[in-house]
Design a protein around this ligand. Structure first.
Ligand code: CA
Length: 403
């Protein structure tokens, strides 16, 4: 249970608006100059060196905290996640041990927190599905017939997932030209504001995971930007879905916010348009009251709430296994673009600009899609009673295409 009043002896963690109070304790991978990568937890403006904690016998995670990725720790299972969280809370709470190995976050490099085993991206916001459906296929065919009955997704590339702060290269590709295909640098480069769920347990081949069991398998969440080449997408996506349009890179935040930190913010999602089949019905709401938004070159752009989503991560995970498809620790499940109903609540430029027809002003400059050098940042936070659960930054900027 979260104690909203608890404070840390790490003073910066108690500052109002701090992303990383003692109620959060997100996990990441860091290194300092010349040192190896190892596991850490964010507290205020510091990182607690979990590798060193384990070496000194302050915490026991079966040696997994010395690893350069969190997969081995996550694979220890829910009981270990809970025990570790309780121990970290004890160590970092007021009255805890001030000699713990802390590293200033400002002087540390942050790395991909997990070895991404596989990456699947869903399409779970009705507003986004509707808006993009109208732009790609017109209002009559905007929402496919199956959309309100099951989460739609595609299998992405784990190899293209990078950590916040990594530049992204504008892709070259085929687009629809006046007289057949045209070879060009992408002209309609976009972001997608998403939340990624990190799968924390394996399932076996042939096993169907129920939606309640699926919820138990989720270790935590990261911010996720699914960079999208809309012109390449429009030419290639039917009938098998996006391919090269989504392979240029996917950026995730460096900090995995544990599901336990989000538990007090559990929320209903979007209103159901029809009853779901029993295998997708949740016992309790699988969404969170979590403000999410994005910035472009530092200017605030779209902002909405994760609870506008139609399918939760647990529903996506359960559906992912209906065929018997096995899930593995370190699988990353993207939520799909999180968009509210209004234009200033959209999580992609394609929606915000009506497919590039209505430019938006960013620091005095007109934009329809992303230009070379533009920086996109995502943010998310939940507001508790006197504390806030933040996700830290998820940024990336665009390098010119190599023609
Ligand atoms: Ca997406």
């Amino acid at each position: 249970m979260t104690d909203a009043a608890r404070k840390s002896w790490v003073e910066s963690a108690n500052a109002p608006g701090c992303d990383f109070p003692i109620q959060n304790l997100p996990y990441g991978i860091f290194s300092t100059e010349g040192g190896p990568r190892r596991c850490g937890v964010a507290i205020g403006d510091m990182i607690l060196d979990l590798g060193a904690c384990e070496e000194h016998g302050l915490i026991d995670a079966q040696g997994t905290f010395a690893a350069a990725q969190l997969n081995d720790f996550i694979a220890l299972g829910r009981a270990t996640w809970a025990a570790t969280r309780a121990r970290l809370t004890e160590l970092l709470a007021e009255g805890g041990d001030p000699s713990l190995p802390l590293v200033p976050m400002a002087g540390a490099a942050l790395h991909l927190p997990i070895r991404v085993t596989e990456y699947t991206d869903f399409y779970a916001s009705r507003n986004h599905a509707w808006n993009t459906g109208v732009l790609f296929r017109g209002p009559e065919n905007a929402l496919p017939a199956q959309w309100t009955h099951m989460p739609i997704g595609y299998n992405g590339r784990a190899s293209s997932v990078v950590v916040s702060g990594t530049p992204i290269r504008r892709p070259m590709g085929q687009v629809r030209g006046e007289n057949g295909p045209e070879w060009t640098a992408c002209r309609r480069l976009d972001l997608e504001l998403e939340l990624g769920a990190i799968v924390g347990a394996d399932s076996t081949m042939g096993e169907r995971v129920g939606v309640d069991a699926a919820e138990e398998m989720i270790f935590g969440y990261v911010l996720l930007n699914d960079w999208s080449a809309r012109d390449i997408q429009a030419w290639e996506y039917q009938p098998l879905g996006p391919f090269q349009a989504k392979a240029l890179g996917t950026t995730i935040g460096a900090w995995i916010v544990p599901e336990a930190a989000l538990e007090p913010f559990r929320s209903e999602g979007a209103e159901r348009l029809n009853p779901l089949l029993p295998y997708l019905q949740e016992r309790r709401p699988g969404f969170y009251d979590l403000t999410v938004g994005w910035t472009m070159n530092g200017q605030k752009m779209g902002r909405t709430n994760y609870n506008v989503m139609y399918y939760s991560a647990a529903q996506c995970l359960a559906h992912h296994t209906v065929s018997g498809c096995p899930m593995r620790v370190g699988d990353l499940l993207g939520s799909g673009t999180i968009s509210g109903p209004a234009l200033d609540q959209t999580g992609a430029l394609m929606e915000m600009t009506g497919g590039g027809k209505n430019p938006v002003t960013v620091n005095g400059e007109a934009r329809t899609f992303i230009e070379d050098g533009d920086e996109i940042g995502l943010y998310a936070f939940a507001e508790g009673d006197g504390y806030r659960i933040g996700f830290g930054p998820c940024t990336g900027w665009i390098l010119p295409a190599v023609e």
